[in-house]
Design a protein around this ligand. Structure first.
Ligand code: AHR
Length: 339
């Protein structure tokens, strides 16, 4: 069941829907499409089968990315898609050139998670100019350059600011409102990192007993998270809590904390985002306190949106995904959602 949601976002998306995770859900008709001038009209999408769809992945260095890619592989046949896939190996410029090459091949539809907000915005406009409709999944682009509903069909993804709020709320409770926090940020310039930081920092700023003593990027990667945590632990031995923008960096931080002779989950409370199998196992082991789920399963939702768009239905500018939350109270019975 989808319910309308009227929260606003930093780029003033006015209407969204909240589909239940993992299922195809009806989109609300008549909501959320920005008014566009005639020359701003979005490209149309053919109703043919197969539809040639370009999916340009950012990197494949963690379970979240692999689950996202798999969800597109799994839906392709069911959706009548012939998918062209690329992997940018963590490079914005490669992701841009991968997408440009898909534009040159005249794919019918482009779907991608923009690695960073700014560098990936112009290529959305290039696709529009070439008459190719675009659906952004997982991360968004800079709305001052390319706007949902005007330059691309929609953004399908989580509310990253809310994820940051939920992680901070848990930490405030778990620490009784007193903590010295190290924040391990995701990829600098990615909407997921920008908004997860914003949401978390907003709540922490309202709690005088909580201080962020250091905040540094670990690039959403386990080993980088471990290295950054090693260095920050030496500079800030007084740390009592860690907020990592994803599970992989939290698992890296746990390794660094153990190597420093401290006990994760006891000496240092840790909260994170993603809800991977590895993260859930760490919660069950008492080393990780909590993880806000961030669903990577965009394939079915993108298929549903594309089919409705091709039929001429109006699509909300943000198809919002709702996320679960795991801590020791529910992790055992939630293991089937891990990936
Ligand atoms: O954009 C979503 C984030 O990107 C996920 O939290 C992370 O694991 C991934 O690399």
């Amino acid at each position: 069941m989808a319910s309308l949601n009227t929260q606003s976002r930093k780029h003033a998306r006015k209407q969204q829907i909240r589909p239940l995770a993992g299922s195809l859900l009806a989109l609300a008709i008549g909501f959320g499409v920005a008014t566009a001038h005639a020359d701003d009209a979005l490209p149309k999408l053919a109703t043919k089968t197969p539809l040639k769809v370009g999916f340009a992945q950012t990197e494949s260095n963690n379970p979240w990315r692999l689950a996202e890619t798999k969800s597109f592989k799994d839906i392709a046949a069911k959706c009548g898609w012939q998918v062209v896939m690329t992997d940018a190996n963590g490079s914005n410029s490669k992701q841009v050139s991968d997408i440009q090459s898909m534009i040159a091949q005249h794919v019918d539809l482009l779907v991608f998670p923009p690695r960073e907000e700014k560098p990936l915005a112009p290529v959305v406009l290039q696709a529009k100019k070439a008459g190719i409709p675009v659906i952004l999944v997982d991360r968004d682009v800079d709305q001052s350059v390319a706007k949902a509903g005007r330059d691309y069909i929609t953004f399908i993804g989580s509310d990253f600011i809310d994820q940051g709020h939920r992680a901070a709320d848990w930490l405030v409770k778990a620490t009784g409102g007193k903590a010295k926090i190290i924040e391990l940020e995701g990829t600098t310039g990615a909407s997921a990192a920008n908004d997860r930081k914003k949401g978390f920092d907003e709540i922490i700023a309202k709690n005088p007993g909580m201080t962020i003593i250091a905040s540094q990027s670990g690039d959403f990667a386990r080993d980088k998270g471990r290295q950054v945590m090693e260095t920050l632990l030496q500079a800030h031995p007084e740390v009592t809590a860690v907020y990592a923008h994803n599970d992989e960096m939290a698992l890296g931080a746990i390794a660094a904390i153990k190597a420093a002779g401290k006990q994760p989950g006891k000496d240092i409370q840790i909260v994170t985002i993603d809800g991977t199998k590895g993260g859930m196992d760490a919660i069950a082991a008492g080393e990780l306190g909590a993880s806000v789920q961030s669903s990577p399963f965009f394939g079915p939702l993108a298929c549903d949106v594309a089919q409705r768009y091709a039929k001429g239905e109006k699509i909300p500018t943000w198809v919002k995904v709702s996320d679960r939350f795991y801590d020791k109270s529910n992790v055992q019975q939630s293991m089937q959602y891990g990936y």
